[in-house]
Design a protein around this ligand. Structure first.
Ligand code: SF4
Ligand code: SF4
Length: 407
């Protein structure tokens, strides 16, 4: 057994774990024993072979963890195996799914805070940040102990120590981004998002403010895709992708749910559901989709499937900084939707009728315009007569007027 070089204490005020290297140890290739950078060499020279991803947790329900493990484009496992071209292999150091536990697990955090790792690291923070100055003699979020004094170290203390040395800090989920449900009205723990805690002047070692990926829970693919984009940038293979003024990946969170909702056509034609289970627009049941920035309608929740209104549910605004208070009471029609509802309902009925008329015409081949269609299906309509026929002829004349011939 060979002893690691002792790291100077000056790099950390947290006592380090005595490390020994046992070549026969089956965990050696994947555990912290392989992570130390005893020579403290320059580690930002890409392309990188690996990076560390620290998944830290505040006041959370673990829903974001479940979401990220369900990602498929790419899969978290593919990142961890280094199978995605152009991306370094990701060593995930997670509170729940890591192989190590206890003091051995928290030793990874100490090494990161002390700048002793042999590769750059990212931080993903899940859950809101509770104000530890409100916790009296206890704490809200404990994560390991000081090995010398036995004092409980809080997750927040780890974040404060590690964030300045991180290549990027990603706030995952609405609790981590904006405070979420723990920060709802009254907020006895003074819960807040990572950005609120670190402040607007925070910058990672790559010069990035906090990256925010909201959602309750967020779409797993949104998390991995954003992390992958940051890694490509870190690896020098792509420019930094565009983020909006709140640090959201712009390509994921600029459009409203409504713009991509499969029910948006019903809204336009003024057809609204008055109970769940139908295929019509759900705005009268309390859907906030027209004003909420979220891409679940076109991306789905897992592997392109599911997602709120795809499965019959309304949007309650869970990706937005104002969630939940500014979207309550849930399942009640939003007062602001009355104007657009009114106009959709009354203009929509004309639009719908004209479209139905046009659809009947486009469902006929030119050959059938002067005869009944030969379909044996009873539902198929016969050729239009009278006013409808005249309307189709007039429409066709206008449609083809620029072609130099009329039909
Ligand atoms: S269900 Fe919601 S998001 Fe979809 S069309 Fe209606 S209002 Fe828009
Ligand atoms: S559609 Fe609305 S409720 Fe559903 S995930 Fe998006 S923001 Fe949340």
């Amino acid at each position: 057994m060979a002893e690691y070089t002792k790291v100077p204490e000056a790099h950390s005020d947290i006592p380090q774990m005595p490390l020994t290297l046992d070549p026969a140890d089956p965990l050696a290739p994947i555990g912290l024993r392989s992570r130390l950078n005893p020579k403290r060499e320059e580690i930002y020279q890409g392309p990188l072979e690996k990076v560390y991803l620290f998944w830290l947790v505040g006041a959370s329900c673990d829903g974001c963890t479940i979401a990220v493990t369900g990602a498929t484009h790419p899969r978290l496992e593919d990142l961890m195996l280094g199978k995605v071209p152009g991306l370094p292999r990701v060593e995930l150091i997670h509170t729940v799914v890591s192989v190590e536990s206890g003091a051995e697990w928290t030793e990874n955090l100490r090494m990161a805070a002390a700048g002793e790792l042999d590769a750059p690291y990212l931080i993903c923070w899940e859950g809101s940040i509770m104000d530890e100055t409100f916790s009296g003699d206890g704490h809200w979020m404990g994560l390991g102990e000081d090995r010398e004094t036995g004092r409980q170290i809080t997750s927040l203390e780890w974040l404060d120590r590690m964030a300045p040395g991180a290549a990027a800090v990603l706030a995952i989920g609405t609790c981590a981004t904006w405070g979420g449900i723990p920060a709802a009205a009254n907020n006895p723990t003074n819960a807040m998002g990572v950005m609120d805690h670190l402040g607007k002047d925070f910058r990672s070692t790559l010069g990035l403010p906090v990256i925010n990926i909201p959602g309750c829970s967020p779409i797993g693919d949104n998390i991995i895709e954003t992390a992958a984009a940051a890694l490509l940038f870190l690896n020098g293979l792509a420019p930094l992708p565009e983020f909006d003024e709140l640090g959201r990946p712009a390509w994921l969170f600029t459009d409203t749910v409504h713009r991509h909702c499969p029910r948006a056509g019903y809204y336009e034609e003024g057809v609204f559901a008055d109970e769940y289970g139908g295929k019509e627009c759900l705005v009268e049941l309390g859907c906030w989709g027209p004003v909420v920035q979220c891409n679940i309608a076109d991306r789905g929740i897992i592997d392109g499937h599911g997602g709120c209104m795809n499965m019959g549910g309304i949007c309650i605004g869970c990706t937005m900084p104002g969630f939940p208070d500014k979207f309550t009471p849930f399942y009640t029609v939003a007062p602001g939707s009355f104007v657009s509802l009114f106009s959709s309902r009354y203009t929509g009925q004309f639009i719908r009728r004209f479209r139905n008329l046009s659809r009947r015409d486009k469902n006929r081949s030119a050959r059938w315009d002067s005869s009944d269609s030969p379909s044996g299906w009873a539902r198929h309509r016969k050729q239009p007569l009278g006013a409808e026929r005249a309307i189709h002829r007039l429409y066709s004349k206008v449609q083809h007027s620029k072609e130099g011939s009329s039909r």
